[in-house]
Design a protein around this ligand. Structure first.
Ligand SMILES: [Fe+2]
Length: 327
Protein backbone atom coordinates (compact mmCIF):
# COMPACT_ATOMS: atom_id res chain seq x y z
CA UNK A 1 0.00 0.00 0.00
CA UNK A 2 1.27 3.51 -0.68
CA UNK A 3 3.32 5.32 1.92
CA UNK A 4 2.07 8.90 2.21
CA UNK A 5 4.02 11.73 0.62
CA UNK A 6 5.75 14.19 2.95
CA UNK A 7 3.97 17.57 3.08
CA UNK A 8 6.16 20.51 4.09
CA UNK A 9 3.52 23.27 3.98
CA UNK A 10 0.64 21.89 6.08
CA UNK A 11 -2.52 23.93 6.65
CA UNK A 12 -1.41 24.68 10.23
CA UNK A 13 1.76 24.00 12.17
CA UNK A 14 1.70 21.19 14.73
CA UNK A 15 4.99 21.23 16.65
CA UNK A 16 4.69 18.02 18.67
CA UNK A 17 2.47 15.92 20.89
CA UNK A 18 1.94 17.97 24.05
CA UNK A 19 -0.20 16.23 26.63
CA UNK A 20 -2.76 13.52 27.33
CA UNK A 21 -5.91 13.71 29.46
CA UNK A 22 -6.83 10.42 31.15
CA UNK A 23 -9.95 9.62 33.13
CA UNK A 24 -9.27 7.45 36.15
CA UNK A 25 -11.55 5.83 38.74
CA UNK A 26 -9.41 6.23 41.87
CA UNK A 27 -7.57 9.54 41.72
CA UNK A 28 -5.45 8.86 44.82
CA UNK A 29 -4.31 5.45 43.53
CA UNK A 30 -3.50 6.89 40.11
CA UNK A 31 -1.66 9.87 41.59
CA UNK A 32 0.42 7.51 43.74
CA UNK A 33 1.24 5.39 40.69
CA UNK A 34 2.30 8.26 38.44
CA UNK A 35 4.01 10.32 41.13
CA UNK A 36 5.74 7.60 43.15
CA UNK A 37 6.23 4.67 40.77
CA UNK A 38 6.64 6.44 37.42
CA UNK A 39 8.16 9.55 39.00
CA UNK A 40 6.24 12.36 37.30
CA UNK A 41 6.07 15.65 39.20
CA UNK A 42 2.72 17.03 40.34
CA UNK A 43 2.33 20.64 39.19
CA UNK A 44 -1.18 21.20 40.56
CA UNK A 45 -4.03 19.17 41.99
CA UNK A 46 -7.61 19.67 43.19
CA UNK A 47 -10.36 17.33 44.35
CA UNK A 48 -10.99 15.98 40.86
CA UNK A 49 -7.84 16.57 38.84
CA UNK A 50 -4.07 16.06 39.03
CA UNK A 51 -1.68 17.78 36.61
CA UNK A 52 1.76 16.20 36.08
CA UNK A 53 4.90 16.77 34.05
CA UNK A 54 8.32 15.20 33.46
CA UNK A 55 11.53 16.57 34.96
CA UNK A 56 12.58 18.34 31.77
CA UNK A 57 9.22 19.83 30.91
CA UNK A 58 8.61 23.56 31.26
CA UNK A 59 4.95 23.48 30.31
CA UNK A 60 2.46 23.14 33.15
CA UNK A 61 1.44 19.57 32.38
CA UNK A 62 1.93 16.71 29.96
CA UNK A 63 -0.49 14.38 31.75
CA UNK A 64 -3.84 15.27 33.29
CA UNK A 65 -5.66 12.72 35.48
CA UNK A 66 -9.36 13.36 35.94
CA UNK A 67 -11.62 11.50 38.34
CA UNK A 68 -14.41 9.69 36.47
CA UNK A 69 -16.79 6.79 36.87
CA UNK A 70 -14.90 4.67 34.36
CA UNK A 71 -11.42 4.71 32.78
CA UNK A 72 -11.03 6.45 29.43
CA UNK A 73 -8.78 8.73 27.47
CA UNK A 74 -10.43 12.13 27.19
CA UNK A 75 -8.04 14.00 24.86
CA UNK A 76 -4.72 13.82 23.03
CA UNK A 77 -3.04 17.22 23.10
CA UNK A 78 -0.85 18.75 20.41
CA UNK A 79 1.20 21.92 20.56
CA UNK A 80 0.86 24.36 17.67
CA UNK A 81 3.47 26.87 16.59
CA UNK A 82 1.56 30.15 16.98
CA UNK A 83 -1.81 31.55 17.98
CA UNK A 84 -2.62 32.00 14.27
CA UNK A 85 -2.24 28.25 13.79
CA UNK A 86 -5.19 27.74 16.14
CA UNK A 87 -7.39 29.82 13.87
CA UNK A 88 -6.06 28.02 10.80
CA UNK A 89 -6.79 24.71 12.53
CA UNK A 90 -10.35 25.80 13.34
CA UNK A 91 -10.85 26.76 9.68
CA UNK A 92 -9.41 23.40 8.58
CA UNK A 93 -11.83 21.40 10.75
CA UNK A 94 -14.75 23.67 9.77
CA UNK A 95 -14.01 23.21 6.07
CA UNK A 96 -14.19 19.44 6.48
CA UNK A 97 -17.30 19.47 8.64
CA UNK A 98 -15.42 17.99 11.59
CA UNK A 99 -16.46 18.79 15.19
CA UNK A 100 -14.44 21.62 16.74
CA UNK A 101 -14.87 24.32 19.39
CA UNK A 102 -12.73 26.76 21.33
CA UNK A 103 -12.90 25.97 25.06
CA UNK A 104 -11.48 27.24 28.34
CA UNK A 105 -8.99 24.85 29.97
CA UNK A 106 -7.14 25.65 33.22
CA UNK A 107 -3.43 26.49 32.87
CA UNK A 108 -3.65 26.49 29.06
CA UNK A 109 -3.86 29.29 26.56
CA UNK A 110 -6.56 29.39 23.92
CA UNK A 111 -7.55 25.77 23.38
CA UNK A 112 -9.27 24.15 20.40
CA UNK A 113 -11.09 20.86 20.82
CA UNK A 114 -11.56 18.93 17.58
CA UNK A 115 -12.21 15.41 16.35
CA UNK A 116 -10.38 13.85 13.44
CA UNK A 117 -12.44 11.89 10.86
CA UNK A 118 -11.81 8.66 12.78
CA UNK A 119 -13.01 9.84 16.20
CA UNK A 120 -9.74 10.82 17.87
CA UNK A 121 -10.50 13.63 20.36
CA UNK A 122 -7.79 16.26 19.90
CA UNK A 123 -6.88 19.25 22.09
CA UNK A 124 -4.80 21.84 20.28
CA UNK A 125 -2.93 24.58 22.16
CA UNK A 126 -0.38 27.21 21.21
CA UNK A 127 0.70 27.88 24.77
CA UNK A 128 0.44 26.78 28.36
CA UNK A 129 1.53 28.22 31.71
CA UNK A 130 5.27 27.77 32.23
CA UNK A 131 7.01 26.14 35.16
CA UNK A 132 10.74 25.69 35.91
CA UNK A 133 12.44 22.68 34.39
CA UNK A 134 13.99 20.29 36.90
CA UNK A 135 16.41 18.85 34.37
CA UNK A 136 19.42 19.70 36.53
CA UNK A 137 17.70 19.45 39.90
CA UNK A 138 18.68 15.83 40.25
CA UNK A 139 17.27 15.61 43.75
CA UNK A 140 13.83 15.91 42.10
CA UNK A 141 14.35 12.75 40.02
CA UNK A 142 12.05 9.94 41.14
CA UNK A 143 10.88 6.62 39.75
CA UNK A 144 12.01 6.02 36.18
CA UNK A 145 13.09 9.70 36.03
CA UNK A 146 10.71 10.52 33.17
CA UNK A 147 12.00 13.51 31.24
CA UNK A 148 9.22 14.34 28.80
CA UNK A 149 6.20 13.00 26.99
CA UNK A 150 7.47 11.46 23.76
CA UNK A 151 4.51 10.04 21.84
CA UNK A 152 1.09 8.44 21.81
CA UNK A 153 0.02 5.31 19.97
CA UNK A 154 -3.61 4.60 19.02
CA UNK A 155 -5.54 1.59 17.79
CA UNK A 156 -6.91 2.60 14.38
CA UNK A 157 -9.52 0.61 12.44
CA UNK A 158 -8.41 2.38 9.23
CA UNK A 159 -4.61 2.68 9.43
CA UNK A 160 -4.00 3.72 5.81
CA UNK A 161 -6.64 6.46 5.91
CA UNK A 162 -5.30 7.67 9.27
CA UNK A 163 -1.74 7.88 7.90
CA UNK A 164 -3.00 9.79 4.87
CA UNK A 165 -4.99 12.27 6.99
CA UNK A 166 -2.11 13.07 9.34
CA UNK A 167 0.38 13.19 6.46
CA UNK A 168 -1.75 16.00 5.01
CA UNK A 169 -1.26 17.80 8.37
CA UNK A 170 2.52 17.56 7.98
CA UNK A 171 3.20 14.40 9.95
CA UNK A 172 6.01 12.43 8.29
CA UNK A 173 6.15 8.64 8.25
CA UNK A 174 9.37 7.21 9.72
CA UNK A 175 8.64 3.49 9.96
CA UNK A 176 5.79 1.20 8.98
CA UNK A 177 4.84 -2.46 9.22
CA UNK A 178 3.32 -4.03 6.14
CA UNK A 179 2.03 -7.37 4.94
CA UNK A 180 4.34 -9.11 2.49
CA UNK A 181 3.45 -9.44 -1.18
CA UNK A 182 2.46 -7.00 -3.91
CA UNK A 183 -0.87 -6.07 -2.27
CA UNK A 184 0.47 -5.90 1.30
CA UNK A 185 -1.51 -3.58 3.54
CA UNK A 186 0.09 -1.28 6.12
CA UNK A 187 -0.85 -2.52 9.59
CA UNK A 188 1.01 0.09 11.63
CA UNK A 189 2.75 3.40 11.05
CA UNK A 190 4.90 5.80 13.09
CA UNK A 191 4.71 9.54 12.27
CA UNK A 192 6.52 12.57 13.64
CA UNK A 193 6.48 16.34 13.72
CA UNK A 194 9.26 17.01 16.22
CA UNK A 195 12.16 15.22 14.56
CA UNK A 196 12.45 11.84 16.24
CA UNK A 197 10.70 8.59 15.34
CA UNK A 198 7.21 9.66 16.30
CA UNK A 199 4.69 11.86 17.99
CA UNK A 200 1.76 9.72 16.88
CA UNK A 201 1.57 6.06 15.85
CA UNK A 202 -1.28 3.97 14.50
CA UNK A 203 -1.74 0.27 15.19
CA UNK A 204 -4.32 -1.76 13.30
CA UNK A 205 -7.10 -2.81 15.65
CA UNK A 206 -10.54 -2.24 17.08
CA UNK A 207 -10.78 1.47 17.67
CA UNK A 208 -10.40 4.27 18.00
CA UNK A 209 -8.70 3.52 21.32
CA UNK A 210 -5.55 4.76 23.01
CA UNK A 211 -2.92 2.05 22.85
CA UNK A 212 -0.37 3.84 25.03
CA UNK A 213 1.29 7.08 25.92
CA UNK A 214 5.05 7.19 26.32
CA UNK A 215 7.58 9.07 28.43
CA UNK A 216 11.23 9.44 27.45
CA UNK A 217 13.75 8.37 30.12
CA UNK A 218 17.39 9.45 30.46
CA UNK A 219 18.86 5.95 30.15
CA UNK A 220 17.99 2.27 29.74
CA UNK A 221 19.25 1.75 33.29
CA UNK A 222 16.41 3.94 34.58
CA UNK A 223 13.97 1.51 32.95
CA UNK A 224 15.73 -1.52 34.45
CA UNK A 225 15.64 0.18 37.85
CA UNK A 226 11.88 0.70 37.45
CA UNK A 227 11.49 -3.04 36.75
CA UNK A 228 13.31 -3.84 40.01
CA UNK A 229 11.19 -1.36 41.95
CA UNK A 230 7.84 -2.47 40.50
CA UNK A 231 8.66 -6.16 40.97
CA UNK A 232 9.34 -5.65 44.66
CA UNK A 233 6.72 -3.08 45.64
CA UNK A 234 3.43 -4.74 44.69
CA UNK A 235 3.33 -3.66 41.05
CA UNK A 236 4.49 -6.89 39.38
CA UNK A 237 1.04 -7.44 37.77
CA UNK A 238 1.32 -3.95 36.22
CA UNK A 239 4.39 -4.94 34.17
CA UNK A 240 3.10 -6.04 30.76
CA UNK A 241 5.94 -6.24 28.25
CA UNK A 242 9.71 -5.83 28.31
CA UNK A 243 12.17 -4.49 29.07
CA UNK A 244 13.63 -4.86 25.63
CA UNK A 245 14.91 -3.15 22.51
CA UNK A 246 12.37 -2.37 19.81
CA UNK A 247 13.26 -3.19 16.22
CA UNK A 248 11.00 -0.36 15.17
CA UNK A 249 12.44 2.92 16.52
CA UNK A 250 15.50 1.19 18.06
CA UNK A 251 14.26 2.39 21.45
CA UNK A 252 14.85 0.57 24.72
CA UNK A 253 11.38 0.09 26.21
CA UNK A 254 9.07 -1.16 28.94
CA UNK A 255 5.26 -1.24 28.93
CA UNK A 256 3.37 -0.95 32.20
CA UNK A 257 -0.31 -0.59 33.08
CA UNK A 258 -1.64 2.01 35.51
CA UNK A 259 -4.27 1.15 38.18
CA UNK A 260 -7.07 1.52 35.58
CA UNK A 261 -5.22 -0.40 32.88
CA UNK A 262 -4.08 2.63 30.87
CA UNK A 263 -0.85 1.56 29.18
CA UNK A 264 2.34 3.61 29.65
CA UNK A 265 5.60 3.07 27.80
CA UNK A 266 8.99 4.12 29.14
CA UNK A 267 11.36 4.62 26.23
CA UNK A 268 14.82 5.91 25.36
CA UNK A 269 17.44 6.04 22.59
CA UNK A 270 15.57 6.35 19.33
CA UNK A 271 17.02 8.52 16.55
CA UNK A 272 16.53 11.79 14.67
CA UNK A 273 14.44 12.06 11.54
CA UNK A 274 14.14 15.73 10.58
CA UNK A 275 16.01 15.65 7.27
CA UNK A 276 13.48 16.42 4.54
CA UNK A 277 14.63 13.40 2.52
CA UNK A 278 14.50 10.96 5.46
CA UNK A 279 13.00 7.78 3.97
CA UNK A 280 10.39 5.69 5.82
CA UNK A 281 11.70 2.30 6.92
CA UNK A 282 9.58 -0.73 6.01
CA UNK A 283 9.21 -3.77 8.25
CA UNK A 284 7.58 -7.04 7.30
CA UNK A 285 4.78 -7.90 9.72
CA UNK A 286 6.37 -11.34 10.01
CA UNK A 287 9.87 -10.12 10.94
CA UNK A 288 10.37 -11.25 14.56
CA UNK A 289 12.82 -8.36 15.18
CA UNK A 290 10.11 -5.77 14.46
CA UNK A 291 8.44 -5.76 17.89
CA UNK A 292 11.56 -6.62 19.87
CA UNK A 293 14.93 -6.62 18.15
CA UNK A 294 15.94 -9.63 20.24
CA UNK A 295 12.97 -11.63 18.94
CA UNK A 296 10.60 -11.78 21.94
CA UNK A 297 7.01 -11.36 20.69
CA UNK A 298 4.48 -9.10 22.37
CA UNK A 299 1.75 -10.68 24.53
CA UNK A 300 -1.84 -11.05 23.34
CA UNK A 301 -2.98 -8.24 25.64
CA UNK A 302 -0.72 -5.83 23.77
CA UNK A 303 -2.74 -6.39 20.56
CA UNK A 304 -6.16 -6.50 22.18
CA UNK A 305 -6.36 -4.13 25.17
CA UNK A 306 -6.49 -0.36 25.07
CA UNK A 307 -8.21 2.67 26.59
CA UNK A 308 -11.54 3.85 25.21
CA UNK A 309 -11.85 7.44 24.10
CA UNK A 310 -14.68 8.87 26.17
CA UNK A 311 -17.94 8.88 24.25
CA UNK A 312 -16.56 7.20 21.10
CA UNK A 313 -18.11 4.13 19.50
CA UNK A 314 -15.73 1.37 18.45
CA UNK A 315 -15.26 -0.02 14.96
CA UNK A 316 -13.65 -3.31 13.93
CA UNK A 317 -10.43 -3.00 11.94
CA UNK A 318 -10.59 -2.95 8.15
CA UNK A 319 -8.57 -6.20 8.11
CA UNK A 320 -7.03 -8.67 10.53
CA UNK A 321 -3.26 -8.33 10.54
CA UNK A 322 -1.25 -11.56 10.75
CA UNK A 323 1.03 -10.45 13.56
CA UNK A 324 3.35 -12.58 15.69
CA UNK A 325 1.83 -13.05 19.16
CA UNK A 326 3.44 -14.67 22.18
CA UNK A 327 1.86 -18.04 22.97
FE1 LIG B 1 5.40 3.58 21.83
Amino acid sequence: MPVPTHIFDPPFNIVRVSHVVLEVTDLAASRAFYETVVGLRVTDADAGTVYLRGVEERQHHSLVLRKADGPACRRIGFRLGHEADLDAAAAFFAQRGLPHAFVEVPFQGRTLHASDPFGLPLELVAGMERRPSSLQRYADYQGVRPQRLDHVNVFAPEVQASLDFYAALGFRLTEYAEEDGPDGRIAAGWMHRKGNVHDLAFTNGRGPRLHHLCYWTPTALDIIHLCDVMATSGYLPNMERGPGRHGISNAFFLYIRDPDGHRIELYTSDYQTMDPDHEPLRWSLRDPRRQTLWGAPAPKTWFEEGSLFAGQDLRDPAFVADVIVAS
